[in-house]
Design a protein around this ligand. Structure first.
Ligand code: ZN
Length: 310
């Protein structure tokens, strides 16, 4: 069993519009945009990152907004709900805030003993806010959401699968322990993580396979401290029979990817070098940053990329 994986690093999803995506995460949810860059493989598409002040591992929601992309079809083999941690007692205020701003899909409930508010993202993304008493991570208040409400980072990600068996085994291999069950949902957690230490598996045997599109999660990334730990994880996964990509430089972290038995794409990402690699923490996310191989496209990209506001 591995001990290098420290919870979630980031979650990456698809969107249909950059401006609406930016407004939702910065204005409605009050996260900080910590990087405005482009997709490495499709530089005419943004890659937008939202998180806490520094974009700490475990707080970072990232998007590829493909203009006018069709919506994804919900089903199995995908991440269903991405959940954020919020202060205890803040859900009434959140429900009012989201309702006033026209957010749909609002629902209150209790999961594993925690109060939860579910809601839809701009493309029907499945989100939840989960009240947590003991989350010591600092929320970002620069976006106009007060300290007694601010999101502290991810709480968890849930996968919707046809069959949990092989993915549950994989999570255990990655260092997660099964900690609870609630109906068809099995909860796993890793110790000493980024704070985003929880993964849920929801088993829905009869449901169709998901079809990826706007509002779908593209992959979830798990955090490792550095490149040495990442290589250990890569070797262990390959020894177990997983097809893992070579290490890829993503400018703000190093990444490896592999497809899991249930169909979800996993990434393992390093906590180094971080989002202050190419701009001061005080100004994260303000300027358009381009990967070196796309720097020569700046003039063209600045003309064609939709302006998204601050
Ligand atoms: Zn990623």
């Amino acid at each position: 069993m591995l001990d290098q994986i420290k919870g979630l690093h980031h979650v990456t999803s698809l969107a249909s519009g950059a401006r609406s995506n930016n407004a939702f995460f910065t204005d409605t949810l009050g996260l900080r945009r910590v990087k405005k860059t482009v997709n490495f493989d499709a530089p005419d598409v943004y890659h937008l990152y939202y998180g806490d002040e520094a974009g700490s591992p475990g707080s970072v929601m990232t998007y590829f907004p493909f203009p006018n992309a069709a919506r994804g079809k919900k089903g199995t083999g995908e991440v269903s709900t991405t959940a954020f941690s919020v202060p205890d007692g803040s859900l009434d205020a959140w429900a009012e805030r989201l309702s006033k701003r026209g957010v749909t899909g609002l629902g209150r409930g209790t999961r594993f003993g925690d109060s939860v508010l579910t809601f839809d993202g701009p493309d029907g993304d499945e989100f939840a806010l989960v009240e947590q008493k003991d989350d010591t991570r600092e929320g970002w208040t620069g976006g106009g959401v007060s300290d007694d409400m601010a999101i502290h980072g991810f709480h968890s990600a849930a996968m919707r699968l046809k069959d949990e068996g092989a993915t549950a085994e994989l999570l255990k291999f990655m260092g997660y322990k099964e900690v609870d069950r609630d109906g068809d949902v099995i909860r796993f957690a890793v110790e000493d993580g980024t704070g985003a230490n929880t993964i849920d598996i929801e088993t829905v045997p009869g449901a169709p396979m998901a079809g990826q599109g706007a509002g779908s999660v593209h992959h979830i990334a798990f955090a490792v401290e550095n490149r040495a730990r990442q290589l250990e994880v890569r070797e262990a996964l390959m020894d177990t029979g997983y097809q893992v990509t070579p290490v890829i430089d993503r400018d703000y972290f190093w990444a490896i990817y592999f497809r899991t038995p249930g169909g979800v794409l996993f990434e393992v990402a390093t906590n180094e070098p971080g989002f202050d690699r190419d701009e001061d923490t005080a100004h994260l996310g303000e300027a358009l940053k381009l990967p070196a191989q796309h720097a020569h496209l700046r003039g063209k990209l600045e003309r064609i990329l939709e302006p998204i506001g601050d």
